[in-house]
Design a protein around this ligand. Structure first.
Ligand code: SF4
Length: 260
């Protein structure tokens, strides 16, 4: 794997990727292909060309040295300190990048007193989580589907590794915000929520929060601009469906938020 990962976005003043005010670093490249993905430009590891909103070609993705990236993150440290925020490594899939680079970046942020969160889909070697764990304050952990066959159908990979890594992180006492995508007519129902709760209970998995992420189709236009067929063809769950799922998790004692 090449030394420096490709970054496709650095979002400052983000409030959806963990607590407080954050800088979110989006790493380009993902090992799976979720059909509802609203960031299709994040999937391919290498830089690629995409039309911008004005119809002009733009290269998406750039390499940064560790020092450059740390400088960008550190620039807003005062806001992190005041708001209880920090930096979030997102993607794409950060845990499937050059892990030595990711560990060094997390370690340096940690040394500077900047809180580190990692947003992950769980499809990465467990040893990568072991390496980065000492420098991570929070995992935003996506569990797409509890049913492996469905996971395979809609992402291209089964969920065995996702479940194993979630169990591993919980056993290691990592702080976990479990994030659950809700697709209308697919998994926004009480029976699915009960199944997930049953598995968490059986495996003795501790998560500090559950975030429900109702599907939206904001990314449709991006597929066109990448000259790719749009796979975002799902139904948005209704507010009533989301609320009924929320109640199932809350009744089991979980703190639940809607959205990232
Ligand atoms: S894990 Fe995230 S970035 Fe990767 S395909 Fe799924 S939604 Fe897109």
């Amino acid at each position: 794997m090449k030394k420096k990962p490709t970054i496709f976005n650095i979002q400052k003043f983000s409030t959806h990727d963990g607590p407080g005010i954050r800088t979110t670093i989006f790493f380009k490249g993902c090992p799976i292909r979720c059909e509802w993905c609203h960031n299709p430009e994040s999937q391919v590891f290498a830089p690629e060309t995409m039309l911008n909103k004005y119809g002009k070609e733009e290269v998406i993705g750039k390499e940064y040295s560790l020092r450059e990236l740390v400088k960008k993150i550190q620039a807003d440290q005062i806001f992190y300190d005041q708001s209880g925020g920090g930096v979030t490594f997102s993607g794409g899939e950060v845990m499937a990048q050059n892990i030595e680079y990711v560990v060094k970046l997390a370690k340096e942020c940690h040394r500077l007193g900047i809180s580190v969160a990692i947003d992950t889909c769980g499809v990465a070697p467990t040893e990568n989580y072991t390496k980065v764990l000492p420098y991570v304050d929070l995992f935003l952990y996506d569990l797409k589907f509890i049913d492996s066959q469905l996971h395979y159908q809609l992402t291209g990979a089964g969920n065995e590794l996702v479940l194993a890594n979630l169990k591993y992180l919980s056993d290691q006492k990592a702080e976990i915000d479990l994030r659950l995508i809700l697709l209308g007519e697919v998994n926004t129902d009480e029976a699915t929520a009960e199944k997930i709760l049953g598995w968490l209970d059986e495996q003795k998995i501790h998560v500090s929060e559950i975030s429900l992420l109702p599907y939206h189709d904001f990314g449709r236009d991006k597929y066109k601009r990448l000259n790719r067929e749009c796979t975002q063809n799902f139904v948005k769950p209704t507010d009533e469906q989301v609320e009924s799922v929320q109640k199932v998790y809350e009744s089991a004692g979980y703190q639940v938020t809607i959205g990232g």
